[in-house]
Design a protein around this ligand. Structure first.
Ligand code: ADP
Ligand code: ASP
Ligand code: MG
Length: 416
C-alpha cells in the first residue's frame, strides 16, 4: 500500500462525463489498496472565463479580488469529483486550500506555498477516505485566498505529495507524456520515457506549459518521483500498465537511456522586449533600470547592453508579455528621467524559442547548428541567451512555429 497523489488538469475535468471517468480511475487505484489524494484543476475554460468577467469590469483588476474569484473554478471541481466518487461507492471528502490549510505568501496571482498542514488529510486517509483538494489556491497569513499562477495546480499537487511524503505524484493531462516539443505544434514530436529533472526544469521555465515550473522545483527539492501521463485512456486499463506509462522525471542523469545531444525544443509566445535608448554608459545603470522593474515584482529574462557610442548605450531586456504595460509604466514613470535616457521602445510581438539538453555539456556546435537552421529559414535573431544546457533566441512571433518545426527536424528529434 502506498500514498499516491493524482492531479487532473482542466481538460481531464472538462465535463461531468470526464469527471466520472476520473472517479473510476481514482477508485481503481484505491481498490488496489493505495491511499489516494486527488488534486483537480478547474474545468477547462473556467479560469479564463472568470478572469474575463473581471476584465469586463476593469482593465487591471485588484489582484486580491482576482484571486478571490479565479480560485472558485477549483472549488467546483473538488465538490463534483468528490460526489462522483461517492456515487460509485467510495468515501470521499473535498477541501479548499484554506481548509487544509495550504499556506502561501501574499503575492496575489503568483503566490508561493510556504507550508501545508497534513493532519486533517492524514486522518481522512487513515479512515479510508479519498481526499480531494483544490489545485491552484492557498491562503495567506491574514486569511486571504491566494492563487499560485496559471497552471498552478501542478504545483499544488507536487507540494501536497511532498508534504504527505507520498510515494509518487501522477500528473494526468490531455497528452500522454512530455514530448520533444509541444505535440500540438509539431505533429511528429516524440514522447520521452524519462526526462532529467534539470531538463524538465529548463523546458518548463522556457515555456513548455505541460508542467508549471514551480511544480518541477518542488519535485527537485523534495526528490518527489513525478510522472506525466494521459487522463484520456480507458480509466479501467490495467493499473500496472498505467503506472508505467507516460514520462517519468528522473533524478539521475545517466539512467536516461535516450540521452541525445538535444532533448527538446521549448517556446514561449508570451514575451515582450523593451529597449531603453540613449542611456549614459556608466556604473550602476543596469541596476537603475532593472532595480525598479524587479521592485514591481516583474521578472526580467534576457538582457543585452549594446556597445556604447560617445558615452551612450542602448539597454534591452525581455519581460512576460502580461507584465509589459506595468514595466513600461515603471520606466516611463521615474526611471527614464532619473537616468537621463533618450527614449524607450517596446515590442510585444516577439517569441522565444529554446533548444534544451544535458548532452550540450559534452557536445560543441549546437549553437552554430541552431543559428544555421534559423538563417536557412530566413529568421532573424533579435536576442540570444545561453546556459550550460540550453540556448534561447528571441525572434519575431510570426516565425515561431516555423522555427520550432525546423529546429525539431534539424536536431533529429522526430519520432522514427
Ligand atoms: P492541464 O490542463 O492538464 O494542466 P496543460 O494545457 O496545462 O494541461 O498542459 C498540457 C499541454 O501542454 C498539452 O496539451 C500540450 O499542448 C502542451 N505542451 C507544451 N509543451 C509540451 C511538451 N514538450 N510535451 C507535452 N505537452 C506539451
Ligand atoms: N485553473 C488554473 C489555470 O487555468 C490552474 C490550473 O489549471 O493548473 O491556470
Ligand atoms: Mg496545466
Amino acid at each position: 500500500m502506498a500514498l499516491i497523489v493524482h492531479k487532473y488538469g482542466g481538460t481531464s475535468m472538462g465535463s461531468t462525463e470526464r469527471i466520472k471517468n476520473v472517479a473510476k480511475r481514482v477508485a481503481k487505484w484505491h481498490d488496489a489498496g493505495h491511499q489516494i489524494v486527488v488534486v483537480p484543476s478547474a474545468m477547462s475554460g473556467e479560469t479564463n472565463r472568470i478572469i474575463g468577467l473581471a476584465k469586463e469590469i476593469m482593465a487591471q483588476p485588484d489582484p486580491r479580488e482576482l484571486d478571490m474569484i479565479a480560485s472558485t473554478g477549483e472549488q467546483v471541481s473538488v465538490g463534483l469529483l468528490s460526489m462522483a466518487l461517492q456515487a460509485i461507492g467510495k468515501q470521499a471528502v473535498s477541501y479548499a486550500g484554506w481548509q487544509v490549510p495550504i499556506k502561501t505568501d501574499s503575492a496575489y496571482t503568483k503566490a508561493r506555498i510556504e507550508s501545508i498542514d497534513d493532519a486533517k488529510v492524514k486522518a481522512d486517509l487513515a479512515a479510508g477516505k479519498i481526499v480531494v483538494i483544490t489545485g491552484f489556491q492557498g491562503v495567506d497569513e491574514q486569511g486571504n485566498i491566494t492563487t499560485l499562477g496559471r497552471g498552478g495546480s501542478d504545483t499544488s499537487a507536487v507540494a501536497i505529495a511532498a508534504a504527505l511524503k507520498a510515494q509518487e505524484c501522477l500528473i494526468y493531462t490531455d497528452v500522454d507524456g512530455v514530448y520533444t516539443t509541444d505535440p500540438r505544434v509539431v505533429s511528429d514530436a516524440r514522447r520521452l520515457n524519462t526526462v532529467t529533472f534539470e531538463e524538465m526544469l529548463e523546458m518548463a521555465s522556457l515555456g513548455s506549459k505541460v508542467l508549471q515550473i514551480r511544480s518541477v522545483e518542488f519535485a527537485g527539492n523534495y526528490r518527489m518521483p513525478t510522472r506525466v501521463l494521459s487522463s484520456l485512456t480507458d480509466p479501467l486499463m490495467p493499473l500496472e500498465e498505467e503506472a508505467n506509462s507516460g514520462t517519468l522525471i528522473s533524478f539521475e542523469e545517466d539512467t536516461n537511456m535516450e540521452q541525445a545531444t538535444i532533448t527538446g525544443i521549448a517556446f514561449s509566445r508570451d514575451e515582450a522586449k523593451i529597449t531603453v535608448l540613449g542611456v549614459p554608459d556608466k556604473p550602476g545603470i543596469a541596476y537603475q533600470i532593472l532595480g525598479p522593474v524587479a521592485d514591481a515584482n516583474i521578472e526580467v529574462d534576457m538582457i543585452i547592453q549594446n556597445q556604447s557610442v560617445e558615452g551612450k548605450t542602448d539597454f534591452t531586456f525581455t519581460v512576460p508579455r502580461g507584465e509589459y504595460a506595468k514595466a513600461m509604466a515603471v520606466l516611463e514613470g521615474s526611471v527614464k528621467a532619473h537616468i537621463g535616457a533618450a527614449s524607450i521602445a517596446g515590442d510585444t510581438k516577439v517569441s522565444k524559442v529554446s533548444v534544451v539538453g544535458v548532452g550540450m555539456r559534452s557536445h560543441v556546435g549546437i549553437a552554430s547548428q541552431m543559428f544555421r537552421t534559423l538563417s536557412e529559414e530566413g529568421i532573424n535573431i533579435l536576442m540570444i541567451s545561453t546556459s550550460e544546457i540550453k540556448i534561447s533566441v528571441l525572434i519575431d512571433e510570426k516565425y515561431m512555429e516555423l522555427a520550432v518545426r525546423s529546429l525539431h527536424k534539424a536536431f533529429g528529434l522526430e519520432s522514427a
